[in-house]
Write a protein that binds this ligand. Structure first.
Ligand SMILES: C[C@](O)(CO)[C@H](O)COP(=O)(O)OP(=O)(O)OC[C@H]1O[C@@H](n2ccc(N)nc2=O)[C@H](O)[C@@H]1O
Ligand SMILES: Nc1ncnc2c1ncn2[C@@H]1O[C@H](COP(=O)(O)OP(=O)(O)OP(=O)(O)O)[C@@H](O)[C@H]1O
Length: 276
């Protein structure tokens, strides 16, 4: 089975509280974007399989993950195998979405692995049950089970509906070839309760977001990595209706009414553009 695990952006991100488990409570709109990896899962018969899962990867090298068994796709398989008599499989991941980029790419790979295994082997798991398997794999992972725009709270893995529809808008993403570790980014923030909840700000027209919808990680990361603020300013110079950094960085995105001219300013970086 072949699939295309897509990434996400965060539209606004308020970090409200440090939790006793070391994680942080947050409020954010998670929005799927079609920049994707490629994932293939093929069932094997027991005779052809020396190990339950044979994993290979190509494309962008996955840092800090030299052993295939650490890959989130393999961890997703193992999570299901703990509860089901899964046949052995061969998995190949072609990595395209930048890593340490605030795009949730690894979480997307893991979520699609859970969904494909559920379908291929008729495990009969509901979306809510798949989300339960996703949560321990990463705070972003459960979002990708339903993979639709949602207001995410707590660790980012509890969902509320939100009437934000950006269908038809054009998005440009720029990854400045700078990986930021999620844990390091969280260590630099000072959580606080916002004056106005993000939800209220997102319910106002998109044209107002520029002045109201904020990603709290920008406060600590923009001074440390000036390129991030420069990219955001360039998005507005090109005519973005809204621009921001996604998640814990380092990708910066701009939302435009139509495909903008002048994207050559980003040519030394890794970019992607398309329709929302
Ligand atoms: C920045 C976001 O992408 C926003 O969507 C997510 O909060 C990050 O989620 P993620 O990459 O799936 O995070 P995980 O792999 O679960 O956690 C990595 C590390 O980030 C920190 N972390 C993550 C999520 C969260 N709500 N609070 C945290 O403090 C913790 O130190 C954790 O050890
Ligand atoms: N399939 C995978 N894709 C990407 N990273 C993976 C994968 N499997 C395991 N990892 C590990 O996860 C780490 C990347 O996690 P990190 O959360 O920083 O990035 P991300 O998944 O690209 O998304 P984000 O920056 O939004 O959190 C890598 O250092 C790597 O060791």
């Amino acid at each position: 089975m072949l699939g295309f695990p897509n990434c996400k952006i965060n539209i606004g991100l308020q970090i409200t509280q440090r939790r006793p488990d070391g994680y942080h409570n947050l409020q954010s709109c998670f929005y799927p974007v079609a920049w994707s990896d490629v994932l293939e899962i093929i069932p094997l018969s027991a005779g052809e399989a020396p190990a339950p899962v044979q994993f290979t990867a190509t494309g962008i090298p996955i840092p800090g993950n030299p052993s295939a068994s650490n890959n989130l796709c393999v961890r997703a398989y193992e999570a299901l195998r703990a509860d089901f008599d899964l046949p052995p499989v061969k998995m190949h991941l072609h990595k395209i979405v930048p890593i340490g980029a605030g795009l949730g790419g690894g979480s997307a790979d893991a979520a699609l692995t859970l969904k494909h295994l559920n379908g291929m082997f008729r495990l009969g798991l509901s979306l809510a049950q798949l989300e339960e398997y996703a949560r321990p794999l990463g705070a972003d992972c459960a979002f990708f089970i339903q993979n639709r725009p949602m207001y995410c709270v707590e660790k980012g893995d509890v969902f509320e509906s939100l009437a934000v529809d950006l269908t038809g808008y054009h998005i440009v993403l720029v990854y400045p070839n700078l990986a930021i570790s999620t844990a390091e980014a969280y260590a630099g923030v000072r959580p606080q309760q916002p004056d106005v909840p993000l939800r209220t700000r997102l319910e106002a027209p998109l044209s107002e977001w520029r002045h109201t919808v904020h990603n709290d990680f920008e406060d600590s990361l923009f001074p440390r990595y000036p390129v991030l603020g420069e990219l955001k300013a360039q998005m507005y110079e090109l005519g973005a209706v809204y621009a921001a950094m996604t998640g814990s960085g380092s990708t910066v995105y701009g939302i435009f009414g139509a495909e903008p001219n002048g994207l050559a300013v980003f040519e030394r970086y890794t970019t992607w553009q398309g329709k929302l």
